[in-house]
Design a binder for this molecule. Sequence first.
Ligand code: ZN
Length: 242
Amino acid sequence: MLRTSLFTRVNGLSYKSPINVMKARSCSSASHNPLKINRIFENNKAWAKEKDVDFFKKLSAGQNPEYLWIGCSDSRIPAEQITGLQAGEVFVHRNIANLVCNTDLNVQSVINFGVKALKVKHIVVCGHYACGGIKAALAPQDMGILNPWLRNIRDVYRLHEKELDSISDEGQKSDRLSELNVIEQARNVIKTAVVQQCYEENGYPRVHALIFDFKTGLLKDLELDFEAILKNIKKIYNLTGQ
Ligand SMILES: [Zn+2]
């Protein structure tokens, strides 16, 4: 109830309506629902109860994940659940439409820490079909604070304008842009100094581009040719000092 009263839906995305927020604040006691947050604690207790002492002993000792996962914030794609990886096995960063922006300190810090400190062997950029962020970028609308974020997706469109313009079906166009966006974001990961330098010194990490399909529940490998892209982008983006 609170969600529908606070948010207005535009093109599949929800925005807080200032008027509805004011209405909700005026009856804040009705909007305060402790039962919903209690569910989290109840689930947590049940989860902790299932584990043995060794499990928490191992978690307390630190993390040594082999994978860094950069995915979309979409609530339907929990990285650990769809990959079967356990706590401690994957370092996760998620944002709207799984973007790797050069000026985003958040994702850049995650990549830096993942590669330098955790020494991850694989960096996975994972997008998904029917992505709300991709659809929003395709819409001719002012999305407020989202505009500069979605601009990154529009830039991917510009790079592949001819191919995307030739797709008349809106759903197919959006899905193809999702694929092209994942590949471009994986390319952005390869452009970072830390990935280039670590790969040259150690032969890892390798970067992968995957896409998730809600209809089948399966991940598809977009078969990024990591070494060819690395070699190719070094013409302009070489940060190895050699
Ligand atoms: Zn998404």
